[in-house]
Design a protein around this ligand. Sequence first.
Ligand SMILES: NC(=O)c1ccc[n+]([C@@H]2O[C@H](COP(=O)([O-])OP(=O)(O)OC[C@H]3O[C@@H](n4cnc5c(N)ncnc54)[C@H](OP(=O)(O)O)[C@@H]3O)[C@@H](O)[C@H]2O)c1
Length: 367
Amino acid sequence: MPTSHRGETANRMDSKSCTEKASSAITPPARRATRPTIRSWLNQWRSPWRAAIIPEVTTENTSTTTATSPAAAAGTWTLGDLTVNRIGLGAMRLPQTGAAFHPDAPPRDRDQAIRVLRRAVELGVNHIDTAAFYFSATRSANELINRALAPYRDDLVVVTKVGPGRDPSGAWIAHAGPEQLRGQVEENLRQLGRDHLDVVNLRILGDAPVAERFGVLADLRKQGLIRHLGLSNIRPHHLEEAQAIAPVVCVQNPFGLGTATAEQGELLRVCGEQGIAFVPFYAIAGAGRERGAGGQEPEALQALARAHGVSTAQLRIAWTLHQGPHVLAIPGTGDPAHLEANVAAAGLRLSPAELDALDAAHRADTR
Ligand SMILES: NC(=O)c1ccc[n+]([C@@H]2O[C@H](COP(=O)([O-])OP(=O)(O)OC[C@H]3O[C@@H](n4cnc5c(N)ncnc54)[C@H](OP(=O)(O)O)[C@@H]3O)[C@@H](O)[C@H]2O)c1
């Protein structure tokens, strides 16, 4: 196995961990020194509403690792045995500008996409979310990741997902059945240039049962093609169904300020209770979904962004990260300036009053 590919025993950690720190604004790395325990972090920001969704996290789950990069400013979380900084990068925006999956979306400049990926890693991002079906006419997210980052650093965790598929023209095809999943996993391996995948999420469509397909992925895991398994776009009952077959290290679901349903809030809470990472998508894009960001923002969000001298996108990321230490952000961008801003948002700390104001806006918009 090439040295660039992580061995099964490398980076092993015994338990879930999360590290945190406190500051009052976006803090340059050099000023990061002390960090409270997770319990004090939670107590500091716990509001009645947040108390309902953030589980108690025992101090056994904390780590004293010192933050060394901008992406570490919000602490770390461990996916199975793979420790990642809580601010990551979503690769769905890399292959094109404008709406994802749109047949007329202009392919993104290749050098710009590669620059974004390399800069992300320089900033300490070590959690990249991708999929083989993230492609435009002439760009593939997996190919860009391979080109930019191989040979891969040992601490880089690339998470991919299977289930959905697109034909070469880009048209969506039916979600993969059990017999197609191995092929989808192998497609990711080929495109990424890996011999195993760090984490594979099974993405569900609607209320489809997961057991048979999750079982296929569990077998591939036993065979060493996959290190850890997750779920995406699920409803609460899917989690239990999958856990009867194999451990689930993450749940990737839509969740953003003003756009999360009660069911998504419930999943966020359950994941926290069980030590499973909750990885929201559309945390910035919100109702814009594949089309991307740019909708009208709630007044409370705009006012607070002005007060902090940050963008509403940064504030959305910060609010997301404040939902619990098990929440990992994967803001999607192919824009170098947006990448810098998004990573810097990991250092943005919100006071209880500020969180209450954003929570109120969240509840008002999701009513
Ligand atoms: N499991 C699933 O079913 C699923 C579904 C969707 C997405 N995902 C994953 O989740 C990731 C995140 O979702 P997403 O990319 O759709 O949405 P997102 O992160 O919520 O928002 C991305 C949109 O916001 C813009 N943006 C990013 N940073 C910005 C900033 N600092 N200021 C202003 N605009 C900014 C992006 O445009 P620019 O490119 O111009 O920055 C893009 O339009 C995806 O990349 C993908 O990896 C998973």
